[in-house]
Design a protein around this ligand. Structure first.
Ligand SMILES: Cc1cc2nc3c(=O)[nH]c(=O)nc-3n(C[C@H](O)[C@H](O)[C@H](O)COP(=O)(O)OP(=O)(O)OC[C@H]3O[C@@H](n4cnc5c(N)ncnc54)[C@H](O)[C@@H]3O)c2cc1C
Length: 402
């Protein structure tokens, strides 16, 4: 029987109380533990373990896949329950789910949409329970914005009913702690968008090699992934042969939806009250430049919330995220940039000098990670093209691209 929303929230609160150290008190001003704000900071082993433990406990308590079909291991509840749970989570100090964002926000929904029964029963529940972690094997050295240019080949396996994959992927977030990856491959020559096929690749299979890439924050959150004659059973194919482009588009839409959600506060970075408290603690509240920068963040976040509400309403009607999700991603990068400006104005030289002051380093790591956000999940230029063409109906970009 479906619980009432009140009963559900009361249960959620009880669960969150049992797994969190204390009700939320991690304000930017006061928390000694909030030492990292970087977006692609390279999750530490500890952060990965904490995220995994939390997700597993949430799943076992019925909060790990609230809207998922019961037969696949979900709780079978409407989206408003998921929203209510997310709002309740924000009342508590819980581990960041960042290390699992690709796995839960992109890999699991794409597998649920396109996976064979065999692949779903093998991986889906485990992904939702964080027994497995998934990554996205799309970008290649010569295929990023123009994703349809992927060269990784998948050919039928002469020795079995499956496929043999060979090629190189790049910028694969979290590949170093992933168990599976969704790979976009070329299965035949011919028109770019009609000869692609997607697969679930076992990241522990022979022939998969993961090499870390270091970014300017100093961390290494993404990787090069080399696939050398990796054998993949046909049951791990997603969608029809040659229809990989539809799978890719669906996964990118999930990605945009997941990223866009943080434009208005989902990531916890845009808690305006906490930011005000932090500015006061720095004694910078009367500086007109600080007030101006704060107002810019405030208006951007408020606009993003309204846009997000519109995207959610469309999602409710259409069932899948639409091109307007690009606006969410653009809003996020714009808001992160204004936050980066605010932090820089408040901290001034402390941002770059190692003064041992609490959080100054955390914020410099954040400022260095913001430019990557304009690229990951589709660049700003590509999202503007998407909005122009698919939402506004403007003429198509003449350059070949995804
Ligand atoms: C933090 C981060 C995490 C990532 N994680 C993953 C991941 O997990 N899995 C994965 O597969 N990939 C991942 N990526 C890769 C990401 O998807 C690509 O970097 C992105 O799609 C851009 O591709 P590119 O780097 O090849 O740049 P290019 O496509 O070569 O673009 C270079 C520049 O040209 C511009 N440009 C290109 N085409 C056009 C056009 N038609 N019109 C206007 N301007 C254009 C771009 O906007 C950009 O400024 C990640 C990237 C980052 C930064």
């Amino acid at each position: 029987m479906t619980p009432t929303l009140d009963v559900f929230v009361a249960g959620a609160r009880e669960f969150l109380r049992s797994v969190s150290a204390a009700p939320r008190n991690d304000s930017v001003a006061s928390s000694p533990t909030k030492s990292r704000y970087a977006l692609f900071s390279g999750s530490t082993e500890e952060e990965i373990v904490a995220a995994t433990r939390y997700q597993r406990a949430a799943y076992d308590a019925g909060f790990g896949w609230i809207t998922g079909p019961v037969e696949d291991g979900g709780a079978g509840l409407p989206p408003k329950y998921e929203k209510a749970f997310a709002a309740t989570e924000r009342e508590f100090t819980i581990p960041s789910k960042g290390p699992l964002s690709v796995s839960l926000g992109m890999v699991a929904p794409t597998l649920a949409q396109f996976g064979t029964d065999e692949a779903k029963s093998r991986w889906l529940r485990g992904l939702r329970r964080a027994d497995f972690v998934g990554c996205q094997l799309f970008s290649e050295p010569a295929a990023g914005s123009d994703l349809a240019a992927v060269r990784t080949k998948a050919v039928p396996d002469a020795e079995g009913d499956g496929w043999v994959l060979t090629g190189q992927k790049v910028w694969t977030s979290g590949a170093h702690y992933s168990d599976i990856g969704i790979a976009l491959t070329r299965t035949s020559d011919g028109p770019r968008h009609r000869n692609l096929t997607a697969f679930v690749v076992d990241m522990h299979a022979p022939g998969v090699e993961v090499r870390p890439l270091r970014q300017m924050t100093g961390a290494a959150d993404f990787n090069e992934v080399f696939l050398t004659e990796v054998r993949v059973p046909d049951s791990c194919r997603l969608g029809e042969v040659g229809q990989g482009w539809s799978v890719a588009i669906a996964m990118l839409m999930h990605e945009r939806g997941a990223i866009g959600g943080s434009a208005s506060g989902g990531s916890g970075l845009f808690r305006m009250g906490d930011l005000a408290e932090w500015i006061n603690a720095q004694g910078r509240q009367d500086d007109p430049a600080v007030i101006d920068a704060y107002a810019r963040v405030y208006s951007g976040v408020t606009a993003a919330k309204a846009m997000r509400a519109r995207g959610d309403a469309n999602l409710k009607v259409n069932g899948v995220p639409g091109p307007e999700m690009s606006l969410g991603k653009l809003a996020l990068t714009a808001n992160l940039q204004t936050l980066s400006d605010l932090v820089s104005v408040v901290l001034g030289p402390k941002l770059v000098a190692d003064t041992d002051e609490p959080q100054a380093f955390a914020w410099s790591e954040f400022v260095l990670s913001v430019p990557g956000m304009r690229i990951g999940g589709g660049t700003d230029e590509i999202h503007r093209n998407t909005v122009a063409e698919r939402s506004l109906g403007l003429p198509k970009d003449k350059l070949p691209r995804a």
